[in-house]
Design a protein around this ligand. Structure first.
Ligand code: GTP
Ligand code: MG
Length: 170
């Protein structure tokens, strides 16, 4: 099949929030409970159909660890849509969302599409960030918001499709 569009997306957020797991769920429909922290940068491809168009998504997965910040920042420029991910079980990762947004302002193209993701919503008993706080923060920056679980496969596909549709609508 021919691809009408190539869209480049980028995943950012603190280490351990589940960026690679979201991408593995989206690209391969699988999940691994072991934590293999990303070194530098990685990417996966998946083609989707939206209406009459075939869209090839190239999704860049960045390392959350601080020591890779120089290399990961260099990938912001080419991104058409950015997923900012925190974990609903990790208050620090939520508080750092503003820091990630500053990084976008500094390194990404002006007006780049952004979406906020609160991952690990399956861990109800460990949850420390309520969805209402995620939604309020997203509203403040005019972003869409999804609570997801890479593990339980909740809203992962919807979040990627929503960001892609936002990019296409620009
Ligand atoms: P860095 O590569 O270091 O930036 O981390 P990351 O954001 O890519 O995190 P990763 O996807 O490697 O996930 C970290 C840990 O959280 C792993 O042990 C995953 O199995 C687990 N995890 C990821 N998503 C979920 C989820 O939705 N629910 C649960 N219960 N665990 C998850
Ligand atoms: Mg990773």
């Amino acid at each position: 099949a021919t691809h009408d569009f190539l869209i480049k997306l980028l995943l950012i957020g603190d280490s351990g929030v589940g960026k690679s797991s979201l991408l593995l769920r989206f690209s391969d429909d699988s999940f691994s409970p072991s934590f293999i922290s990303t070194v530098g940068i990685d990417f996966k491809l998946r083609s989707i159909r939206l209406g009459d168009s075939m869209i090839k998504l190239q999704v860049w997965d960045t390392a959350g660890q601080e020591r890779f910040r120089t290399i990961t920042s260099s990938y912001y420029r080419g991104a058409m849509g950015i997923m900012i991910v925190y974990s609903a079980t990790d208050a620090d990762s939520f508080n750092n969302v503003r820091h990630w947004i500053r990084n976008i302002k500094e390194h990404a193209a002006e007006g780049v599409c952004k979406i906020l993701i609160g991952n690990k919503c399956d861990l109800k008993e460990k949850k420390v960030v309520e969805a209402s706080r995620g939604q309020a923060l997203a509203d403040e920056y005019d972003m869409q918001f999804y609570e997801t679980s890479a593990k339980a496969d909740i809203n992962v596909e919807d979040a990627f499709f929503a960001l892609t549709e936002q990019v296409l609508a620009k």
